[in-house]
Design a protein around this ligand. Structure first.
Ligand code: UD1
Length: 336
């Protein structure tokens, strides 16, 4: 049984990936510092899969702790989620973002180099493309300047990984996610937004649940069919499965280059109003929302070209936007 280290394995995407790994027969070791996750997630994963993953509460910024972890644990691959992810916070405090997102990455790669550990999967974002010049975005679209320190940590992180792959003969895959949403069908794991949600789906479900009074739609004067901005919303379980396919590609040595990049999206863009209308089908009521000004820093549209990922990685999304929104709503109802 292959042993896989999942950093940030109690977080939103991490926990769903741990479930899929265990379903596929991998032995999972989680590292998480609980900075943006809850320890109960470990029990919830265990309830879903019937297997309790090994867990180490550890901060990857502490190099000596990272070293001691690898002194006592042998792994066949690493999926690296542990990172900060709030864009506004990264603008307010860039150095925290560089220390956490880049520092930890470097420590992990150093251990991989020193112990000949191979097979690294990196959790990246479509924001690493910068503002796109042409849509949909293919993997060969050149990256523009990152719009925030957060996005920059993904761009720089990928460069560090690519250079390490070239110099130390490692193999890595970076996955550029579009907008991950939804929750596990059991509603035992999902996303816990801290404080007021910044993202669209948690804001919608909290409004429907009566926690927020009204959703603000940020701008209806964009150059799109209904004037609201377009994103590519992907069900988190589909996204989690992309990690399993990527991991197997590396373990089976099917990768074509030692550093590969894939878009992980549905290929379909939806406007904010389309998301609201689809949610209303699931909710069976109308949602209280108003149109307000654009949110600074938002772009008009971004969605994936999925052809390369579909063909080369042999993965594509299976779930619809409605299924994703329905799972998010089921999860929200369990939080009350
Ligand atoms: C999000 C994530 C980013 C991730 C990226 C991948 C944050 C803050 N952003 O960005 O980390 O890399 O997806 O694409 O975590 N909207 C409203 N009202 C709201 C909230 C959002 O109208 O209350 C609109 C936004 O203006 C945007 C769309 O909904 O047009 C999606 O917003 P959001 O869920 O925040 O995602 P992104 O900004 O695309």
């Amino acid at each position: 049984m292959k042993k896989i280290l999942v950093t940030g394995g109690l977080g939103f995407i991490g926990s769903h990936t741990v479930v899929e790994l265990q379903n596929e027969g991998f032995e999972v070791i989680i590292i998480d510092n609980l900075s943006n996750s809850k320890i109960e997630v470990l029990d919830n994963i265990t309830e879903i899969t019937g297997i309790k993953p090994k867990f180490h509460q550890l901060d990857l910024r502490v190099k000596s702790d990272v070293k001691s972890f690898f002194d006592t644990n042998k792994v066949d691959g690493i999926i690296h989620f542990a990172a900060f992810k709030a864009i506004g916070e990264s603008v307010a405090n860039p150095l925290e973002y560089y220390e956490n997102n880049i520092g930890s990455l470097v420590f992990l790669l150093q251990e991989m180099r020193d112990r000949n550990i191979d097979n690294f999967i990196f959790s990246s974002s479509c924001m690493a493309y910068g503002t796109p010049e042409k849509l949909p975005i293919t993997e060969s679209t050149p990256s523009n300047k990152a719009a925030s320190p957060y996005a920059n940590t993904k761009q720089i992180g990928e460069e560090i990984i690519e250079e390490s792959c070239n110099s130390y003969k490692m193999n890595a895959i970076t996955l550029r996610y579009f907008n991950p949403i939804g929750a596990h069908e059991t509603a035992k794991i999902g996303e816990f937004p801290t404080g007021t949600p910044q993202n669209l789906i948690p804001y919608i479900t909290q409004t429907a649940a009566g926690i927020r009074e009204q959703l603000s739609v940020f701008g209806n004067d964009y150059d799109t069919p209904d004037g609201t901005a377009i994103r590519d919303y992907i069900h988190v379980v589909d996204l989690a499965k992309a990690h399993i396919v990527s991991l197997k590609r590396l373990l089976n040595k099917e990768n074509k280059k030692n550093f590969e990049l894939f878009n992980i999206g549905t290929g379909k863009g939806s406007t904010v109003l389309e998301v609201i209308t689809t949610f209303e089908k699931v909710y069976k009521k109308t949602l209280n929302y108003k149109i307000v000004n654009r949110r600074p820093g938002d772009i008009t549209a971004i969605y994936a070209d999925t052809e390369f990922t579909n063909k080369e990685l042999g993965w594509k999304t299976e779930k619809t936007l409605e299924e994703a929104l329905s799972s998010a709503w089921k999860w929200q109802l369990k939080q009350k």
